[in-house]
Write a protein of this length. Structure first.
Length: 216
């Protein structure tokens, strides 16, 4: 009787059969791991993108609001102050293109002599206060000094008188307070821009005025 040969070791065959399955399984696991990893990383990336987009929208909203506020501020100032800003921008006099404020010296508070451009003591005191406030701010500004009159007298005369009074203000600010002449401009509106009724004494006193428009 021939001896029965022992069975061959089945392990190599089992390994050979199992290897493709392991590779397949490994491939699937690798793909799954990749998908999970990418998915896991995409979440934070999307979150960061959303955060950046949110910041951009917030910044744009803030700029829009500031623009609306600026337009509102400009809309609240006088017509002549808006014109002063436009003239200064066109002449390249401004660093920031901003209206800061305007000071109005009316004849009922700061009296000029009749048909005179000479500054009264009250006018000088008001200009001293204006210059002190300006220096306290310690910033470069541009000033337009506007002369106005009431409707009494001829148009040509009123234009000349208003200009003389504006020039008197500029010369005083330069001489007494050292404000640079090239940072100030004078203009005459004459009787063209009344702020009150020329038919009354009080109204005429308000229309006889010098306005200082401060820009930056």
């Amino acid at each position: 009787m021939r001896p029965i040969a022992p069975d061959r070791n089945p392990m190599p065959w089992l390994l050979a059969a199992a290897l493709p399955l392991c590779l397949i399984a490994s491939g699937c696991a690798t793909k799954k791991y990749t998908r999970d990893t990418v998915s896991g990383e995409t979440g934070p990336i999307n979150a960061r993108i959303d955060d950046v987009e949110g910041q951009v929208e917030e910044t744009q909203t803030r700029l829009d609001n500031q623009g609306r506020e600026l337009r509102g501020e400009i809309g609240n100032v006088s017509k002549t102050a808006q014109e002063a800003l436009q003239r200064a921008e066109e002449a390249g006099k401004l660093a920031e293109g901003k209206f800061l404020y305007e000071t109005v010296l009316t004849d009922d508070k700061v009296r000029f002599g009749l048909e005179s451009s000479q500054l009264s003591d009250e006018a000088k005191a008001a200009l001293d206060e204006f210059a002190a406030d300006l220096k306290a701010q310690n910033r470069a500004v541009y000033i337009e000094i506007q002369g106005h009159t009431d409707a009494t007298g001829s148009e040509e005369y009123n234009e000349r008188l208003a200009l003389e009074r504006a020039e008197a203000v500029r010369n005083y600010l330069s001489r007494e307070h050292g404000l640079a002449l090239h940072r100030m401009n004078v203009i005459s509106y004459g009787e063209a821009e009344p702020i009150a009724d020329n038919g009354t004494r009080e109204g005429r006193a308000q229309n006889r005025r010098v306005t200082l428009v401060v820009l930056a």
